[in-house]
Design a protein around this ligand. Structure first.
Ligand SMILES: Cc1cc2nc3c(=O)[nH]c(=O)nc-3n(C[C@H](O)[C@H](O)[C@H](O)COP(=O)(O)O)c2cc1C
Length: 185
């Protein structure tokens, strides 16, 4: 029987299983992807987030954030992001290039209803995230639907690198119906 990393279909299935595990299991590697955006002045910027949904059928990922955060300003200017996951057990790196749409206010109310209270504490910081403050704890948390934003990331391209005894790299593109292409690693 062949190993999952020996076929394009096997790698594609394995990386999606990893993303789905990230949503379901707080200890899974894909629980905390790094999401990269481009700042309004053109700098690359990365930060860790929690992966809230991963839907293989639509090729979609979901992340929640504070609407006043810098990443939201960046995504308003340039609705592009890349999510990065390294699964050290599988020896698999996944990079998902995405087009991001943002939902907030009443449109996000249904999702907000299902955010547990500890999670809500992350949305509604005063002053907004990244603002200078006089001392380390000179901020308040006022969880508010108005501060909550859902980032819906439609994956356009996935670059997967498997670092086994022989390195393998595969690229999957939405417009090619995710057919997959081997690439030099
Ligand atoms: C383990 C971990 C999980 C995090 N999860 C989120 C998250 O789900 N959403 C979020 O906006 N920030 C999350 N953060 C905070 C971000 O990494 C970042 O500091 C914050 O969003 C501000 O980023 P920005 O100024 O680039 O927008 C998390 C940080 C860590 C360390």
């Amino acid at each position: 029987m062949s190993e999952w990393f020996e076929s394009l279909d096997g790698i594609f299935a394995q990386l999606w299983t990893g993303l789905e595990q990230g949503v379901a299991d707080r200890n899974a590697p894909a629980r905390h992807p790094t999401i990269a955006t481009v700042s309004v002045d053109g700098w690359p910027e990365t930060r860790m987030v929690v992966l809230r949904a991963a839907t293989r059928e639509t090729g979609g990922l979901e992340v929640h954030t504070d609407i006043t955060s810098a990443k939201v300003a960046s995504l308003r200017a340039q609705p592009r992001a890349e999510l990065h996951v390294w699964d050290s057990e599988k020896r698999l790196q996944t990079r998902a290039r995405c087009t991001v749409t943002m939902t907030s206010g009443v449109a996000a109310a249904e999702i907000w209803k299902n955010v547990p209270d500890p999670g809500r504490q992350s949305y509604g910081i005063t002053p907004p995230p990244g603002h200078p403050i006089a001392t380390a704890l000179a901020y308040e948390k006022r969880p508010l639907l108005d501060s909550f934003a859902v980032l819906t990331c439609q994956i356009d391209r996935i670059d997967a690198v498997y670092l086994g005894a022989a390195h393998r790299r595969a690229v999957f593109v939405r417009k090619d119906c995710w057919a997959g292409q081997w690439c030099a690693p």
